[in-house]
Design a protein around this ligand. Structure first.
Ligand code: C2E
Ligand code: MG
Ligand code: MG
Ligand code: MG
Length: 281
């Protein structure tokens, strides 16, 4: 098609492509090196039971400590890693590290709640059961302490394959949740065929939940849907006490967000837990 459009178009096309792929290769190289140099680390964001105010989970969120750029957030490097496939070994590291850390906190008597790990489509499609089994075994962690977060699009990529993978993970005893629920396209008809434990109400519906009746309606619908399917429901991105009250009224079970804590480095987690025990929000 580029050839047909004439020489000029072709030239511009290849220039763009070259520049884009050059940048891409550079980032890919840096990410490969970062994995070898152990520049990735996990931050943890607490998840709270709205009724009891207990810590019921910790979500592991990846960061890249770049020697020059400092702390790089995941939206700056995960999309590239997903495209090149490097997310597979990176995600494997995340699973191992999250399980190891959870076990260490439990051994120290600091925490008795699962760790939630985000999983990309590529990882999901490449024998996630095996990688998960290995991570749990290496950490000596029982499967019930691990929750895997997948998005609707990951599940809808290949529904029959997804049902098999989720089924295998469920039989192992791992917990399963859908992240960013409501932002992807997912067929409600398939939802009942996925052996899930939890839906995560996307942050975009929480931000304006007090002022935008449409967002409130969608959040309410997700909560009802979860209840009727006998799933737990957690709201992401809760920043104010008013948002929390509103979600509690809707019957939402759990929450995470800046109101309680942003994602925090692993070594600051004990301090957070001690403080939270003394004075929950
Ligand atoms: P996510 O899994 O939906 O994680 C929630 C994101 O919302 C996190 O951003 C978190 O810091 C942010 N957040 C939490 N509470 C609040 C709040 O009250 N207000 C605001 N404004 N933001 C809040 P983060 O850590 O930058 O991660 C972004 C995304 O990167 C994650 O979205 C997830 O999709 C992806 N990600 C992070 N770690 C991993 C990983 O290990 N593997 C994979 N595959 N993806 C990851
Ligand atoms: Mg998540
Ligand atoms: Mg999310
Ligand atoms: Mg997200």
């Amino acid at each position: 098609a580029a050839k047909k459009a004439g020489r000029n178009t072709f030239r511009f096309f290849t220039q763009d492509m070259n520049q884009r792929s050059a940048e891409f290769l550079l980032l890919d190289n840096h990410l490969r090196q970062a994995l070898v140099n152990q520049e990735f680390l996990l931050y943890y964001q607490p998840q709270i039971d709205i009724k009891t105010r207990e810590v019921i989970g910790m979500e592991a969120l990846m960061r890249w400590r770049h020697p020059d750029l400092g702390l790089v957030p995941p939206n700056r490097f995960i999309p590239a890693a997903e495209e090149t496939g490097l997310i597979v070994p990176m995600g494997e590291w995340v699973l191992h590290e999250a399980c190891r850390q959870n076990k260490a906190w439990q051994r120290a008597g600091l925490l008795h709640a699962p760790v939630a790990v985000n999983v990309s489509a590529r990882q999901f499609a490449e024998r996630l059961e095996d990688v998960t089994t290995k991570a749990l075994q290496d950490a000596g962690l029982a499967p019930e302490w691990l929750e895997l977060e997948v998005t609707e699009s990951t599940l809808m990529d290949d529904v029959n394959e997804a049902i098999l993978t989720l089924g295998a993970l469920k039989r192992m005893g791992v917990r399963l949740s859908i992240d960013d629920f409501g932002t992807g396209y997912s067929s409600l008809n398939y939802l009942k065929r996925f052996p899930l434990d939890k839906l995560k109400v996307d942050r975009s519906f929480v931000i304006d939940i007090l002022d935008d009746p449409d967002d409130a309606a969608i959040a309410g619908a997700v909560v009802s849907l979860a209840k009727n399917l006998r799933l737990k429901v957690i709201a992401e991105g809760v920043e104010t006490a008013e948002q929390l009250d509103f979600l509690e009224q809707l019957g939402c079970d759990e929450m995470q967000g800046f109101l309680v804590a942003p994602p925090i480095p692993a070594d600051k987690v004990p301090e957070f837990l001690a403080q939270w025990r003394k004075k929950p929000v």
